[in-house]
Design a protein around this ligand. Sequence first.
Ligand code: GLV
Ligand code: MG
Length: 324
Amino acid sequence: MSFKIVEQAPARLNRSELAVPGSQPQLFEKAAKSSADVIFLDLEDAVAPDDKPQARKNVIAALRDIDWGTKTMSVRINGLDTHFMYRDVVDVMEQGGERLDLIMIPKVGTAADVYAVDMLVTQCEAATARKKKIGFEMIIETALGMQNVHEIAAASKRNESLHFGVADYAASTKARTTNIGGANPNYAVLTDKDDAGKRDVHWGDMWHYAVARMVVAARANGLRPIDGPFGDFSDADGYRAGGNRAGVLGCEGKWAIHPSQVALANELFTPSDVEVKKAHRILEAMAQAQKEGKGAVSLDGRLIDLASIRQAEVLVAKAKQIAA
Ligand code: GLV
Ligand code: MG
């Protein structure tokens, strides 16, 4: 290990993160009763400009009046390029009470963006003598944000998670797609002809680089990497496939832009019994190996070593966190 210790953000379950438009208060109670780990009440892109002031009022009332149970509560503020953002922070922090846990900052481009919000939040916390320290979720969804993702991830002690905002990222990079997430038939490899002259098409994952880069920046700074939206809420299989790809790369949760996606996300990001059992077997086999003075042994015909202990421990720790 490095001599540098990576400090971990406060541990929170973040398998599913349900987006709820602040302009639609009729959805709030249902969201509160859902099994989402995190809810973000949206003041940004799900709310039309004329509705912003009312949405802000709705969100403040919802934070004060609705029983959100043990959910982690977040509010997505408007971007730093708008004149809505400062009032989002000030009003929500001053009037929303203690229930808020996180602020989600969209379209973060530079570490200075995070610094600016931190300054404002710190002043509001001090002015209201808030007991609970607000954490930050940052959406990486522009080319600038992706370029600076490592500095952004390290920009504040409040940082807890990075989110891949696939829709805005596609717009910012001018990617040729109008889908929100998912695979793209044009991002594919055509194989050479086989002996019978047949060729296959293998779809690739056009988001691989972006998600993998974000995961590295998040983990190197002790933050949770979270995969963003999948727009086609009638396609559960497509959602699962995208969520699984992100999970395999290291993400620990995914957005739900529709309540039906919450259960899918919770299932995808909960280690299965089979995985947990295998992790325990690895730990047992390695404990035995260490007693015998060995650094590596074989289990089910495969090599396991000290790194296998660390992998298995991650899985077992996640299962324990969910069971708690
Ligand atoms: C989320 O905000 C996105 O743009 O995908
Ligand atoms: Mg966005």
